[in-house]
Design a protein around this ligand. Structure first.
Ligand SMILES: Nc1ncnc2c1ncn2[C@@H]1O[C@H](COP(=O)(O)OP(=O)(O)OP(=O)(O)O)[C@@H](O)[C@H]1O
Length: 365
């Protein structure tokens, strides 16, 4: 029996948030309700100060959703808004006001390579598409936030922005006329160009327009005070990566690859590009490294193994770790709660947490 998003919302609208006295849906706390293979999932976004008292509310919410016919398992996750950035405390524009900014204009002369308030910038790139660059970006960002950093995530994958879906965000960011107010999810301050465009619109901007859009995302978004801004780049070696590295002071780039030779060949090109732009390459991450069968636990190296490790060695770069190919990573991402937020203690989250710890230890994040 299939359960719809509306069914889950209806069940959650029967649970009251004691803080506001409203039901969870009316209090705008529910994010990313989804149902797949008997399992219902949802996120409750709460004020961090109220985290402790929300335990029983989460239990009541899970019970309400669990009582729906067809639901065999329920996973509810509490996530907190990060500490409010000073900019976010500025007077709020009228609810629902659409940004009046014209996204995609030509770049303007820029005085500084710094983004106001942002200490470090980490660029996440890949030689080719579909290797999991966005998955690594978002989980790394959440892991850094869980480690106590103030983290922003900029989805600069202008041709295929996917961070809004991965973060469970759908509302359009608001604007006060001059600046764009980013969104908050899973403790991150987030912005995606995908949120500024009408859905399904093909983006066919060329070089200068892309650079203008990227510049707006860097300089017109009220990022507030951030320790680190993670930038999810488009795949390949195109204009956006070029523009970011030339226009902003990027602390370092992380290149994501799967273990196959073809992917590694492209990863090598990405490394060469960053080196040419004099952006420090912090290392390679091997994604979809090993598949652990959810039924028998047997590990299989579907795409080969250790390819990225060997390539990193050949290129004289650090190998930053391997991420397993795991169904939960895909399902959580698609459901709007990255695995590190949905199941921080799961073994498949550990690889992302190790990556974050390593970057913090080396002073890069
Ligand atoms: N380690 C993993 N285990 C399971 N699924 C994964 C893993 N990494 C990525 N995926 C899934 O693979 C698909 C592609 O991942 P993702 O969007 O992160 O790739 P990308 O390199 O950013 O792609 P694009 O080129 O479109 O920007 C997504 O459905 C994602 O959930």
């Amino acid at each position: 029996m299939s359960v719809t998003r509306e069914d889950i919302l209806k069940a959650l609208s029967r649970v009251v948030d004691p803080g506001s006295g409203k039901d969870l849906v009316a209090a705008d706390m529910v994010r990313a309700p989804s149902f797949e293979a008997g399992q219902a999932r949802f996120i409750l976004e709460v004020d961090p100060a109220r985290g402790r008292e929300m335990g029983p509310v989460l239990q009541a919410a899970e019970a309400a959703v669990g009582a729906l016919p067809g639901v065999e398992k329920v996973q509810g996750v509490l996530t907190a808004h990060g500490p409010a950035a000073p900019a976010a405390r500025a007077p709020a524009p009228p609810a629902g006001a659409a940004p009046s900014l014209k996204i995609g204009r030509h770049p303007q002369p820029q005085a500084s390579k710094k983004i106001a308030g942002v200490d470090k910038i980490l660029a996440v790139g890949s030689g080719k598409g579909g290797v999991g660059k966005s998955t690594v970006s978002v989980n790394l960002a959440v892991a850094l936030a869980q480690a106590g950093k103030r983290v922003g995530l900029l989805d600069a994958d202008i041709h295929g922005p996917s961070q809004a879906r991965m973060l469970g965000l759908s509302e359009r960011p608001r604007s006060d006329g001059d600046t764009i107010i980013p969104l908050k999810a899973h403790g991150l301050t987030a912005m995606s160009i995908g949120l500024m465009l009408p859905e399904d619109e093909a983006v066919i901007w060329r070089g200068p327009m892309l650079m203008g859009a990227l510049q707006q995302m860097m300089n017109q978004v009220r990022w507030g005070e951030l320790d680190v801004l993670v930038v999810d780049l488009p795949p390949g070696t195109g204009d956006v990566a070029l523009s970011l590295c030339q226009k902003a002071e990027v602390t370092g780039a992380i290149v994501v690859s799967t273990p196959q030779d073809v992917a590694l060949l492209d990863a090598k090109k990405a490394v060469a590009m960053f080196r040419k732009l004099e952006t420090p390459v912090l290392g390679l991450v091997e994604n979809m490294s090993v598949f652990v069968c959810p039924h028998c636990g047997q590990p299989s190296h579907i795409f080969g193994h250790d390819g990225a490790k060997a390539e990193a060695k050949r290129l004289g770069l650090p190998f930053l770790g391997e991420i397993p190919l795991h169904l939960d990573i895909r399902v959580s991402g698609d459901a709007g709660a990255p695995i590190v937020a949905a199941a921080p203690d799961a073994p498949q989250s550990q690889a992302f947490r190790d990556l974050a710890a390593r970057l913090i230890e080396s002073g890069k994040a």
